[in-house]
Write a protein that binds this ligand. Structure first.
Ligand code: AMP
Length: 401
């Protein structure tokens, strides 16, 4: 699959107008200061390559969920200063993304210049795979570049329909890098041992990953709210701990236990938990075995024995993927497990392991520990990463191969 994707690497952009679909949907505070610019950082090399080759750049992106309404609060204009400083050139901006005036602005661009257009989602058509909207956008460049892995799982016009208007030879991507990293896990290509850590609350969004990766991983460590359905199905008492209500989960878990009997030891569940008598930071707590949580108590973090066991596995792993917190890390008193895991993955990376981390919560916990810079690759695409790990062909990739 990967071989068929054309990347920007072997392309010269001189005299070309590149229409780049990026994901500049970055978190901002109430003053529109960017609180995490990872997504933009990842697109900077693409932009710089095109500019250095004297190509013209038209940038399109979404920002938030304005649902087809041109809301001032959702304008991309706040990025102009930031981008101009980062790129050390003036970034032009226009407050629309289709139409005659936009085309005129594009036609006026000189080689090595850049134009940022307004939020695609000011048009409801962006989220509806709309041919006409795609056609209008296609007038804004002669090369289409998809540099937005984090939206590659969406059936949105600029991702799946727009490339069709350019013809295969004029469609390029930069997201090959993300796909190559994910391949280390998907096909067991990475150095062994390969370890996958999954946590968080929505087991329904990650259960297919376990099914898929059990064939390639050496260790699958499950923590957080995801672990309780496993414990329950094995006959443990989980008290009032989180359990996602979905009939399919029980069926799928039974299937995994049955189908992969000979591989089931790959899956490691917590041994102990920090249980609380209510869902709040100041709750009373006790550390108890995960199989015997009394009614009225809920497991909100992994316990010390689990931390030790999981960290020992991480320390000997050479390829590590992590998505989802080990507990309710937003509460300081239940964040220890997640923070320990974050630090241990960072330390292993420093010692030579490859680490790929996705999902906003895992990234947030790395930042809490000041070790996000030590990770090999921070994936900006939570949903796209999860879908790839389920071995689903992402619609954004399907559209360009
Ligand atoms: P997800 O979106 O599935 O990655 O879930 C992330 C959320 O899971 C975070 O907000 C955590 O607070 C929550 N979470 C993790 N562990 C637990 C737990 N043991 N009980 C309840 N919520 C949890």
């Amino acid at each position: 699959m990967i071989k068929e994707i054309k990347t920007i690497d072997n392309f010269n952009f001189e005299n070309q107008t590149a229409l780049i679909r990026v994901d500049f949907n970055v978190p901002v505070n109430k003053f529109y200061r960017i609180t995490d610019d990872t997504r933009i950082q990842y697109s900077i090399p693409t932009i710089q390559k095109i500019l250095s080759e004297k190509g013209k750049i038209v940038i399109i992106s979404h920002f938030g969920r304005p649902k087809g309404i041109p809301l001032k609060t959702h304008s991309l204009k706040f990025l102009v200063n930031y981008l101009s400083k980062k790129l050390k050139i003036t970034v032009n901006f226009f407050g629309d993304c289709i139409g005659e005036t936009v085309i005129k602005k594009v036609n006026k661009l000189k080689n090595g210049e850049i134009l940022l257009l307004e939020n695609l989602r000011f048009y409801k058509e962006e989220e509806k795979e709309d041919e006409n909207f795609a056609f209008e956008l296609s007038k804004l460049g002669n090369i289409y570049v998809n540099d937005a892995f984090s939206v590659a799982h969406r059936f949105h016009t600029s991702i799946t329909v727009l490339p069709k208007f350019f013809g295969k030879k004029n469609v390029l991507v930069f997201l090959k890098r993300e796909i190559q990293y994910l391949d280390q896990f998907l096909y067991g290509k990475g150095k062994r041992p390969i370890t996958i850590l999954l946590g968080g609350s929505k087991i329904s969004s990650k259960i297919e990953i376990i099914e898929n990766l059990i064939n390639f991983a050496d260790y699958i460590l499950i923590g957080g709210g995801m672990s309780y359905p496993f414990i329950k199905i094995k006959g443990g008492k989980i008290g009032d701990s989180l359990i996602e209500k979905d009939e399919k989960i029980e069926k799928t878990l039974k299937k995994i236990f049955h189908k992969y009997q000979n591989k089931i030891e790959i899956i490691h569940l917590p041994i102990d938990v920090v249980a609380a008598d209510s869902f709040k930071n100041e709750a009373n707590t006790k550390t108890i075995p995960i199989h015997s949580i009394p009614n009225g108590w809920m497991g909100l973090d992994i316990g010390p024995r689990t931390i030790k066991k999981f960290c020992e596995i991480i320390e000997k792993s050479k390829t590590i993927l992590w998505n989802g917190p080990m507990g309710v890390f937003e509460f300081q008193n239940f964040s220890l497990g997640t923070r320990f895991i974050a630090k241990t993955i960072a330390n292993s990376t420093e010692k030579g392991a490859f680490s790929l981390i996705g999902g906003g919560d895992s990234l947030a916990s790395l930042r809490m520990e000041n070790c996000d810079k030590k990770i090999s690759y921070l994936s900006t695409g939570g949903g796209a990463m999860l879908d790839s790990l389920k071995n689903k062909m992402l619609p954004g990739i399907k559209a360009i191969i």
